[in-house]
Design a protein around this ligand. Structure first.
Ligand code: DGT
Ligand code: CA
Ligand code: CA
Ligand code: ZN
Length: 580
């Protein structure tokens, strides 16, 4: 029998977690299965192979018991514990249990008391108002159930990978290919090079002394789950994370042509080709054909291609046909902000709220990541996840932050203050006044009309002590849509009051997104790129915030935290107000 893929193992562990939860198992066990599933899904090499070697326990969250289950799945085709539980609960119950607002206990009652065993049966029961007759369910619950049945996502794994997930393994793959003796150049192309939020697959381009040897070597790497037949033109791979990879191998004098073609975007390429035709040039992945002479120019670099067309070099992040070709022709491309331009981070958490490290540990990590200043912004009083800072605790924390001295970095006492449903803030003004930096965010009551949500955020923006709004739309890429809000109103208010808007760099957020960030900058709003780090390793995500800023056409001048703290501080509305 073929070994199960990492995705199959992860799905089996998730199912076991769900079944155990339905069965009323202790929370720890359920959580253990879910954590193990996550570790398997993120593992870059074959977990079945590791388990057979007794080495799956090296992965985080996988102990001997779960390793045994993986071996059983591989050898017998199923996990015995899951087989037993499947006999107890119909498969449709798992789907019901995952609906928002239901969960295992309620799903089980629906099954036992109404015989509901599938989403279809659930809909029927709701429509015939049998659910509201159950104790503890009511008419409102029934309406919620109908609504969540309608908005239920189809298929449980997202079709596209969030960028960090793809790059983590993609960059390892590139490094391994570069290390191969047959390889010369190896580059990432496609959407991953443009740093889009998600990617469908990874496009790699290489030149090689021995192309066929490189294609064979690629197919044999331990990151690879399956490969098509290696050829001298390249090979198509699937990695253990599920990511598809298209490796193309090309002659060195056409490297630029293929890199430009496969970097895309399709929209950029189509517009580029149209523009070229008007100049008597035909651009393809093989070269640039000149009508008048019949000569095909092979280009080793992309710069040569753009040069032949009379264009400035266009950075990959701009290649979306959003005006970059016109700007390149006019010599008016922006000088995009870069990671090295960031001097400070104004949003992070410590173990005082839901972070995992101390103030000093976060400070050292930020300094080592290249920052000159760091605002500690733990969650405010009503965060509601059990991790919160009451006003008295905040006073202590302000003192603790100011008392912490770490060489090479300046610490600022801040807070990520909740914007309450009515737009008021979680701390009173007197306390806010004591903070060096205030970022205000929405963390609760997401379900409001767009009008009410906009009013709520605008009210926070109008507060004189709010320096910036954190992750302004609340979206989680591939997981949660933004809350309903009219961004135009938010941007207008931010511009009017001098309140900054955050580009949260967490790769699952990237919020503001590129189009809104571009609109905000155009309206005169100052942006800040923050990591929202919750652990010492959390500062590494800055690159994704910078990528969004670059895709938004931002220069260093548009981003407040490219400035030293003394300058940034003086730009804020508080300082402006103080100077009248
Ligand atoms: P993805 O994979 O969906 O995240 O996005 P891309 O941009 O990586 O798209 P992909 O992998 O389908 O194709 C890679 C590049 O190949 C794409 O960015 C531009 C080029 N390309 C693909 N299809 C076409 C096409 O129909 N016309 C032109 N001009 N270029 C194309
Ligand atoms: Ca692609
Ligand atoms: Ca592709
Ligand atoms: Zn935060």
């Amino acid at each position: 029998m073929a070994e199960p893929t990492n995705r199959e193992i992860a799905a089996a562990l998730d199912e076991l977690g769900d079944l155990s939860e339905l069965d009323g198992a202790i929370v720890h066990r359920v959580v253990a299965y879910r954590n193990a599933a996550k570790a398997v899904r993120e593992a870059p090499t074959s977990v079945a192979a590791l388990a057979h070697q007794g080495r799956a326990t090296e992965l985080p969250g996988i102990g001997r018991t779960i390793q045994e289950k993986v071996v059983a799945l591989s050898d017998e085709g199923a996990i015995p514990a899951a087989v037993k539980l499947r006999a107890k609960f119909p498969p449709g119950l798992l789907e019901i249990m995952r609906l928002p607002g239901l969960g295992p206990k309620r799903a089980r009652r629906l099954f036992e008391e109404l015989g509901v065993d599938s989403p279809a049966a659930l809909r029927e029961a709701a429509e015939t108002h049998r659910i509201q007759q159950l104790k503890g369910f009511g008419a409102k619950a029934e309406a919620t159930i109908l609504r969540s049945l309608e908005t239920r996502p189809t298929g449980n794994s997202p079709a596209r990978d969030v960028l960090d997930h793809a790059l983590e393994v993609g960059e390892r793959l590139v490094a391994q290919l570069r290390a191969h003796p047959a390889a010369e150049q190896v580059e990432i192309a496609g959407s991953a090079r443009r740093m889009t939020e998600t990617v469908k697959d990874l496009d790699l381009i290489a030149t090689a002394a021995d192309p066929l040897a490189l294609a064979h070597a690629a197919a044999g790497l331990d990151l690879v789950e399956a490969a098509q037949t290696p050829r001298s033109a390249g090979v198509r791979l699937r990695l253990h994370t599920g990511l598809a990879v298209d490796l193309r191998i090309v002659a060195p004098d056409q490297f630029g042509n293929l890199l430009q073609h496969l970097t895309g975007s399709k929209q950029h390429n189509m517009a580029l080709r149209e523009m070229a035709v008007r100049k008597g040039l035909h651009v393809s992945e093989y070269g640039v054909l000149e009508d008048s002479t019949g000569v095909t120019h092979r280009c080793a670099t992309e710069a040569e291609i753009y040069g032949l067309l009379g264009l400035e070099y266009i950075e990959p992040e701009l290649r979306e046909n959003r005006g970059e070709l016109e700007a390149a022709a006019a010599g008016e491309l922006p000088e995009l902000v870069a990671r090295g331009d960031l001097r400070g981070d104004l949003h992070c958490h410590t173990d005082a709220s839901d972070g995992t490290a101390s103030i000093a540990e976060m400070a050292r990590a930020a300094r080592d990541a290249g920052y000159e200043y760091l605002a500690i912004t733990d969650h405010s009083a009503t965060f509601g996840f059990g991790d919160q800072i009451a006003p008295d605790r905040l006073r202590e924390q302000i003192e603790a932050v100011h008392a912490t001295e770490i060489e090479g970095i300046q610490l600022l006492a801040g807070s990520e203050v909740n914007i309450l449903p009515d737009g008021s803030l979680d701390y009173d003004d007197e306390l806010l006044q004591e903070l060096d930096w205030v970022v205000a965010s929405v963390h609760s009551s997401f379900r409001m009309s767009a009008e009410a949500m906009t009013e709520r955020i605008v009210r926070a923006i109008e507060h004189p002590l709010v320096d910036a709004i954190g992750h302004p739309t609340g979206r989680k890429i591939e997981r949660r849509p933004p809350y309903e809000v009219e961004l135009e109103g938010v941007i207008e208010a931010a511009a009017r009051t001098g309140t900054m808007l955050e580009i949260n760099a967490n790769p699952d957020r990237r919020d503001l997104g590129e189009l809104h960030a571009r609109a905000a900058a155009a309206a005169g709003v100052m942006l800040v790129i923050d990591t929202d780090a919750h652990r010492v390793g959390g500062f590494g995500v800055a690159r994704y915030g910078v990528a969004t800023a670059r895709r938004a056409w931002l220069t260093a001048a548009h981003v407040a935290n490219t400035r030293p703290w003394s300058e940034l501080q003086a730009m804020r509305k508080r300082a402006r107000a103080a100077h009248g």
